[in-house]
Design a protein around this ligand. Structure first.
Ligand SMILES: [Zn+2]
Length: 117
């Protein structure tokens, strides 16, 4: 996990292409990997890319060049974005064999409130 970069004010960011030009740029970038997620490909998996991610986010001073982008599926994009911006990962929503949530923050796993409240 790389160190976080500061978030730039909007006025200092590289402007991303919008409208038809932005759509063509996105399509061209997705075609580089035949529309597949680069992180999944590296792990021997096949997943459809739904996001063109900036490796260094525009909000953190990254450029809008093709070399600064990668094609990602939704789950990979969530992981990468969480690393880039320091957001919490999706909460643990699993359950154990008894059906009890494994997330320690789940209400079932919190200590009971005292009667006095
Ligand atoms: Zn992926």
């Amino acid at each position: 996990m790389s160190a976080q970069r500061p978030i730039l004010p909007v006025a200092d960011r590289v402007a991303r292409k919008r409208g038809r030009a932005g759509q063509q740029q996105r399509r061209r970038r997705l075609e580089r990997t035949d529309g597949l997620c680069e992180h999944c490909l590296a792990k021997g998996r096949t997943a459809l890319a739904t996001v063109v991610n900036h490796k260094v986010p525009l909000a953190q001073g990254g450029s809008d060049e093709d070399e600064n982008t990668e094609n990602l599926c939704g789950p990979c994009d969530q992981v990468v974005t969480a690393e880039q911006f320091g957001h919490l990962k999706a909460p643990d929503q699993g359950v154990d064999r008894a059906g009890r949530p494994t997330n320690p923050d789940h209400p079932w796993n919190r200590p009971p409130r005292s009667a006095a409240g």
